[in-house]
Design a protein around this ligand. Structure first.
Ligand code: FES
Length: 264
């Protein structure tokens, strides 16, 4: 009688979520099936009318719920059936990618373009991505990995950034800002925009993390800095912003150190 393999001995089979636009990528997947192109069965497909419909929240929520990888596929740039939906998908993906870099999960999400005639290419993308995720192993947020409180808190902070209407507005205006003149007849350079976006996302992410740490219990600048491994000066600057936004308050002074708490 052969011994059955233990869980750890079995090869890890990633759970991948695929968001496919109806008009190109889903048709490409269909063609791959009809043409009998071989590819791994690890992707669970959600069909959407356009890749621009993939809200960044869908991606963050799927990762929080334990998906090992996310594949977003749309029509090639210029071929979107709704005009510029895939440009929106590209801008949203850029934001999600930058945010996921903070938690080292960026290589678990990818965006690509597949036309209705590219069944073979669809099979290749799915095969390559599945192999990549397989080599990375289970997501640190999956049940198998027993996610740490630290990574859960970080993802909560990422999710909050994605919800922020100011940031959504900035991301949504990228093409307009970098291609057309603004009211001062200026065109913002793409690199300059990227720099601005990076700084904005990082500051918001750090602020949200501080907020959630204070929600657990009141803390001093030093305690927050130790928990997050971030310089005290940066923490102090972001605490000032949180106070200006009336989200936190002074709790008490311990020795010479002010202790902050979340405003109820
Ligand atoms: Fe396919 Fe918009 S319809 S990306």
């Amino acid at each position: 009688m052969t011994e059955s393999k233990s869980e750890s001995e079995k090869e890890f089979e990633p759970k991948i979520l695929g968001f496919l636009c109806n008009w190109c990528s889903y048709a490409g997947a269909d063609l791959a099936g009809v043409s009998r192109n071989q590819y791994p069965p690890n992707v669970r497909v959600i069909r959407l009318m356009c890749s621009g419909r993939v809200d960044p929240n869908f991606v963050i929520d799927a990762l929080i719920k334990g998906a090992d990888g996310i594949l977003i596929l749309g029509c090639h740039l210029g071929d979107c059936h709704y005009g510029e939906g895939n440009y929106e998908a590209q801008a949203n993906y850029k934001m999600v990618d930058k945010l996921l870099k903070f938690v080292k999960l960026d290589n678990r999400v990818t965006l690509d373009w597949v036309s209705a005639a590219e069944g073979t290419y669809f099979a290749k993308i799915v095969t390559d991505f599945t192999n990549k995720i397989r080599s990375l192993g289970p997501s640190p947020l999956s049940k198998k990995s027993n996610p740490s409180i630290e990574i859960q808190l970080k993802m909560k902070a990422v999710k909050q950034v994605v919800y922020n209407p100011r940031i959504r507005k900035l991301v949504g205006r990228e093409r307009n800002i970098t291609l057309n003149e603004n009211v001062y007849e200026e065109i913002i350079d793409k690199d300059e925009f990227d720099l601005l976006l990076n700084e904005t996302l990082e500051a918001e992410y750090v602020r949200n993390q501080i907020y959630f740490h204070l929600e657990e219990s009141p803390k001093s600048v030093k305690e927050i800095s130790n928990k997050m491994g971030i310089d005290k000066k940066i923490i102090f600057e972001q605490l000032l912003v949180l106070r200006q936004r009336s989200l936190i308050d002074l709790s008490e002074i311990k020795g010479y150190s002010p202790v902050y708490k979340v405003k109820k």
